[in-house]
Design a protein around this ligand. Structure first.
Ligand code: IPM
Ligand code: MG
Length: 363
């Protein structure tokens, strides 16, 4: 198979972690007989440096010709980077939001899995994590507060800012359907997270999710308020299978979920539209504080590449091989600094990529 993949190296640690994920994809190609053809795309700060804007039409058009896009991370240090002296709509993050919208990537899948080998890196008590956990956050990605009208103005001499949270029933229905479909392939449980005791958008969310649930009688649906969900994630993460939620809640809960797995450096993500196309990126940020040092954890990006193989190309065996190689590498005791614990072997970004590549094999 020929895999036509767009590559956004991005900012901060982005280029370093993407290099390792590309290495992994090439290794998969070698072993399973695929060719990977890459298209370099600019987004975020890297695009501002060249074009003065975080996203160009050229990047969007080029991305549309690819089967999938692999991305590092974008953004810099808001205090020191010149990108943050630009107005908000021209900063790196605006480019990320705009590409999500332009490619209609409404379904963001963020799996949070506690690897047996990383139990020591998990901040929760052992009795809570016993047996591990494996949950999938389904975050709506092109609506809600992120894309509502916003403005800042003076009202009666007082500076006042507005951000509006809007969802229509179609936006809710399509993400809910995705969540139920994914639950059907997992443990058949959807927890829909909202703030229906306060927000109208959440009350509509709950009503539409209930309608969709009727089409999936095998799946159990639970509603949970977002504040309670934040608590339950640290109290009893095992109770969750698929967590379905709107954009802003999903942003917050996915960072929390990543931390209970030990490190945000472990959390992959896929952003999908109605087709097979997807944008795959680690859930973590660009970590400008460690950029260029070669010590970042590339595993989230490598696991994102595995999701790319699975969701955009239906290459399940290949995706399994990558995930197995990651587990094997951890089992063999190798750790980057963020997940390091006593008695393990500390490696850098490139070494971690090489070790994972060496362990990729056909079953
Ligand atoms: C994420 C990030 C982005 C988001 C930022 C960089 C705009 O935090 O992908 O979770 O809030 O969606
Ligand atoms: Mg986030």
């Amino acid at each position: 198979m020929n895999l036509h993949i767009g590559v956004i190296r991005g900012d901060g640690i982005g280029p370093e972690i993407v290099t390792e994920a590309v290495k992994v994809l090439n290794k998969v190609g070698e072993i399973f007989g695929h060719t990977c053809q890459y298209e370099e795309l600019l987004l975020g700060g890297a695009s501002i440096d060249v074009h003065g804007v975080p996203l160009t039409d050229e990047t969007i058009e080029k991305a549309k010709t690819c089967d999938a896009v692999l991305m590092g991370s974008i953004g810099g240090d808001a205090k020191t980077s010149p990108w943050y002296r630009l107005e908000p709509s021209k900063r790196p993050e605006a480019g990320l939001l705009a590409i999500r919208k332009a490619l209609n990537l409404f379904a963001n899948l963020r799996p949070a899995v506690l690897y047996e080998e990383l139990k020591e890196a998990c901040p929760l008590k052992e009795e809570i994590t016993e047996g591990g956990f494996d949950l999938m956050i389904m975050r709506e990605l092109t609506g809600g507060l992120y894309f509502g009208e916003r403005r800042t103005e003076e009202v009666d001499g007082v500076m006042t800012a507005y951000d509006s949270l809007t969802y229509n029933e179609n936006e809710i229905r399509r993400i809910a359907k995705r969540a139920f479909e994914i639950a059907m392939k997992r443990r058949k449980h959807v927890t829909s997270v909202d703030k229906a005791n306060v927000l109208d958008s959440s009350r509509l969310w709950r009503k539409v999710v209930e309608e969709v649930a009727e089409e999936y009688p095998e799946v159990t649906l639970t509603h949970m308020l977002v504040d309670n969900c934040a608590m339950q994630l640290v109290k009893d993460p095992k109770q969750f299978d698929v967590v379905l939620t709107e954009n802003m809640f999903g942003d917050i809960l996915s960072d929390e979920a990543s931390m209970v797995t030990g490190s945000i450096g472990m959390l992959a993500s896929a952003s999908l539209n109605e087709t097979k196309f997807g944008l795959y990126e680690p859930s973590g940020g660009s970590a400008p504080d460690i950029a260029g040092l070669g010590i970042a954890n590339p595993i989230a990006t490598i696991l994102s590449a595995a999701m790319l193989l699975r969701y955009s190309f239906d290459l399940d065996q290949e995706a399994d091989a990558v995930e197995a190689a990651v587990s094997r590498t951890l089992k063999d005791g190798y750790r980057t600094g963020d997940i390091m614990s006593e008695g393990k072997t500390k490696v850098n970004t490139k070494e971690m990529g090489d070790l994972i590549c060496e362990r990729i094999c056909r079953k």
